[in-house]
Write a protein that binds this ligand. Structure first.
Ligand code: NAP
Ligand code: MG
Length: 403
């Protein structure tokens, strides 16, 4: 056998929970370690270890990602009341993804993995649609109140010298009602814009952005203006050189164009639009197990993961010794994405080529009719067969070995 591929810089490896933790080890053992002399800086983000370290391990892993530039993350449990008892937790630790995103100031890009035999509900979507969601502010950091009839609601801003500016929101003369205050930050919108422009250059795909600037002439319009200004000053020439476009339109028009499109672009969304549209796009493309995700910081740090969770139901089956058929594709693509990026940054073409082959072998396996249960239920291939979690990985390796 040929020598293993060497790495110069480590990947930051963030291990996780439940079924995805089981799959994590299998992917490394079956598909990566036989080919790559893998160098990682390992952080165990499994819930037990987060609890032992008072969640310091999550912060450390994010700091390491800043230092090295590329991380690969396994799905992790976000604790709720049930997990408090199940894991005997000291505290209801925050979502690791939220903590990491806050430290890296990143934007999440979700992209479906497309294979023959799994037809999107919108059959004209032959290329992936990547959704970028601005994950700061708007209604997710709102203040809201119920208002009784006879009240008057005003917007009051006090500047640093104590001067007040007031605007009437509504005079509730005739009815009870509701009122809501939201905000965003120029700095956050600018980070979001840069992350989107960088990702588009990286992916060599057009970037679309949309908001409701015709109605919201100050708030949404600010998003439009910041994107336009950063594009003009920092990215226009690079986009021209890459042969890609930045395109702004009204959100209504964007929705109509997306449905009529063939895919193959990045759709940047405000927080609420991204929340809703990412669910719509993911559902239309088929399976959660086929959705990859990458967090990109404005200064070009990348963290790759699967979009799905820890697949808890399958894990409990696994613990009882039963066979599972859990889809590992999105987690494999998290590894391949991180290895390819590491290869690019280190000018290690052997590593990037290995990542390409790993993805090709994975897609080939499914297109040959060998797949996990979730895809089996949807595939239109005639000679399809459903295999268990481990067999699927061995089947990929059969094809990878011959590349
Ligand atoms: P989930 O793990 O995504 O699973 C929901 C259901 O979707 C599964 O029960 C399974 O359906 C199906 N599914 C998801 N991924 C699959 C795969 N790879 N292969 C086959 N089927 C798959 O979501 P959840 O059950 O709501 O959350 C479980 C845990 O994950 C929670 O503790 C949550 O906090 C955590 N979570 C973590 C992340 C992250 O780290 N990024 C994201 C979301 C959730 P069937 O059972 O019908 O087969
Ligand atoms: Mg949502």
């Amino acid at each position: 056998m040929a020598d293993k591929i060497k790495m110069t810089t480590p990947l930051v490896e963030m291990d996780g929970d439940e079924m995805t933790r089981v799959i994590w080890k299998m992917i490394k053992d079956i598909l990566i370690l036989p080919y790559v002399d893998l160098k990682t800086e390992y952080y165990d983000l499994g819930l037990e270890h987060r609890n032992e370290t008072n969640d310091k391990v999550t912060v450390d892993s994010a700091e390491a990602t800043k230092k090295y530039g590329v991380a690969v993350k396994c799905a992790t449990i976000t604790p709720n009341a049930a997990r408090m008892t199940e894991y005997n937790l000291k505290e209801m630790w925050k979502s690791p993804n939220g903590t990491i995103r806050a430290i890296l100031d990143g934007t999440v890009f979700r992209k479906p993995i497309i294979v023959k035999g799994i037809t999107p509900f919108i059959p004209t979507w032959t290329k992936p649609i990547t959704i970028a969601r601005h994950a700061y502010g708007d209604i997710y950091k709102n203040t809201e109140m119920a208002v009784s009839q006879g009240s008057k609601a005003e917007l009051v801003v006090t500047d640093k010298d104590g001067n007040e500016t007031r605007k009437l929101i509504h005079d509730f003369k005739n009815s009870d009602g509701i009122v809501q205050g939201v905000h965003n930050l120029d700095s956050s919108i600018a980070s979001f814009a840069r992350a989107c422009f960088n990702y588009a250059l990286d992916a060599k795909e057009d970037l679309w952005f949309a908001s409701k600037d015709t109605i919201s002439k100050t708030y949404d319009h600010r998003f439009k203006d910041i994107f336009a200004e950063i594009f003009e000053n920092e990215y226009k020439a690079k986009f021209e050189a890459a042969g890609i476009e930045y395109f702004y339109t009204l959100i209504d028009d964007a929705v109509a164009r997306v449905i009529r499109s063939n895919g193959g672009y990045i759709w940047a969304c405000k927080n609420y639009d991204g929340d809703v549209m990412s669910d719509m796009v993911a559902t239309a493309f088929g399976s959660l197990g086929m959705m990859s995700s990458v967090l990109v910081s404005p200064d070009g740090v990348y963290e790759y993961e699967a979009a799905h969770g820890t697949v808890q139901r399958h894990y409990y089956k696994h613990l009882k010794g039963e066979k599972t058929s859990t889809n590992s594709v999105a987690t494999i693509f998290a590894w391949s994405g991180a290895l390819r990026k590491r290869g690019e940054l280190d000018q290690n073409s052997a590593l990037s080529e290995f990542a390409d082959k790993l993805e090709k072998a994975t897609i080939q396996t499914i297109e040959d009719g060998v797949m996990t249960g979730d895809l089996f239920a949807m595939s239109t291939l005639e000679n399809k067969q459903s295999v268990d979690t481990e067999t699927f990985l061995y089947e990929i390796n059969k094809r990878l070995r011959n590349m």
